[in-house]
Design a protein around this ligand. Structure first.
Ligand SMILES: [Zn+2]
Length: 173
């Protein structure tokens, strides 16, 4: 802070310690990814600790967010934008970053991949969604520890299934 108040060093600290009236850090859009500028989704500390492939000494007691932007290499960033963790620093491949890659999981808890959904019939896809729902209801999921987004995959699975239905209809039509 001392170098932002504009006092020459010889002015001493007495001046610098006065509250800087009206001074604010240049505003930054809250919770925006420092790389792609899109708003991130808050994740719990246990999610980032479970998913990082780097020493957890680097994880601080601050808020972290998940970046969903497909083309952005950042997976997690601190709310102040000072720290980022990219796809290379995460133990799992991230569905949001590679939604078209067959061997990437769309459901991390019950291990359903993009390719499995892609190869499945519409009926089998419904059965997969049922299987996930059954697992969730039985308390068998651990999305906060296994899914990089830190939350339930069901929205992604349903979204992918819908997208595949549309493609099938287009291909048939
Ligand atoms: Zn980003």
């Amino acid at each position: 802070m001392a170098d932002t108040c504009g006092c020459p060093p010889e002015a001493g600290n007495a001046v610098c310690e006065l509250p800087a009236q009206g001074f604010q850090r240049p505003s930054r859009i809250a919770h925006a990814c420092p790389e792609c500028a899109k708003t991130g989704k808050p994740v719990q500390g246990q999610t980032i600790k479970a998913l990082l492939a780097v020493t957890l000494r680097e994880v601080h007691d601050v808020e972290y967010l998940f970046c969903r932007t497909q083309t952005c290499p950042v997976v997690y960033f601190s709310a102040d934008g000072e720290q980022t963790f990219t796809v290379e620093q995460v133990r799992e491949r991230v569905y949001q970053k590679e939604p078209g890659t067959d061997d990437v999981f769309v459901c991390y808890c019950f291990r359903h991949t993009v390719g499995e959904l892609r190869a499945a019939s519409a009926e089998t896809r419904l059965a997969i969604v049922d299987d996930i729902n059954t697992g969730i209801n039985a308390g068998q999921c651990a999305c906060d520890l296994r899914n990089p987004q830190g939350s339930c995959c069901l929205g992604n699975v349903r979204g992918l299934a819908k997208q595949l239905e549309r493609l099938a209809v287009e291909a048939a039509g």
